[in-house]
Design a protein around this ligand. Structure first.
Ligand code: GRF
Length: 215
């Protein structure tokens, strides 16, 4: 593949370990150029990861806006200034308006720490433990209107062990996140993944179920 690298923008709110996995992969052979790291929180630890990798970082602080629409419009203007082919949500903790989401339809992806459609929302690891499931994991999905839902591109599954705590389970899942997020971005960059209607397609076939990496 000798095509030009795909320009991407990564949105974060916190520690940025998924951002780091993407930065690391891009420094090896992931065919993307990270044009910017954008955070809604000025104190996000991940901003430092961006700076260290000499990626432009920018803060659009949601606290400076009276409402969601105002924030979303400002965010959209900043993102579009970098002209990305793909917008990557990596621990970005703001709900985005339908207007924002439809502007980026088919080029906005998220990673969520559960096997969607199970456990959308917060505290997924604790809820998985409480539900007594034997398997848990993470999903990369295209973002559509509903929070943490949307056509799944790839999932990683991990076993839930009898002595698991929320922390041990979270750690096992996060390790897998760091594999599947760069993987999904690679597929997108190579033109192998796209959103068709409401289905994530991989190599022309519905993605879910075919490629869930097993550990
Ligand atoms: C990850 O668990 C991700 O799935 C969720 O938020 C967390 C972000 O972690 N959306 P990090 O900031 O990438 O370390």
């Amino acid at each position: 593949m000798n095509a030009a690298p795909l320009p991407i923008v990564v949105l974060i709110s916190g520690r940025g370990s998924n951002l780091q996995a993407i930065i690391d992969a891009a420094q090896v052979d992931l065919p993307v150029v990270i044009r910017a790291v954008i955070s809604n929180r000025p104190d996000a630890l991940g901003l430092e990861r961006g700076r260290r990798a000499r990626i432009p970082v920018q803060v659009v602080d949601h606290k400076n806006f009276e409402n969601r629409m105002g924030f979303d419009e400002a965010l959209r203007a900043v993102i579009d200034g970098f002209n990305p082919g793909l917008v990557v949500l990596a621990g970005f903790m703001r709900i985005l308006s339908p207007c924002f989401v439809s502007h980026y339809r088919g080029r906005l992806i998220n990673i969520h720490p559960s096997l969607l459609p199970d456990f959308p929302g917060l505290n997924t690891h604790q809820r998985a433990l409480e539900a007594g499931v034997s398997e848990h994991g993470a999903s990369v999905h295209f973002v559509v209107d509903t929070v943490d839902e949307g056509p799944v591109i790839v999932q990683a599954r991990v076993p839930v062990l009898t002595d698991d705590t929320e922390a041990s389970l979270a750690e096992r899942v996060l390790k897998q996140e760091h594999h599947i997020y760069p993987q999904a971005i690679r597929w997108f960059a190579e033109g192998r993944v796209e959103l068709e209607g409401n289905v994530a397609m991989l190599d022309g076939k519905p993605a879910l179920g075919r490629n869930a990496p097993k550990i």
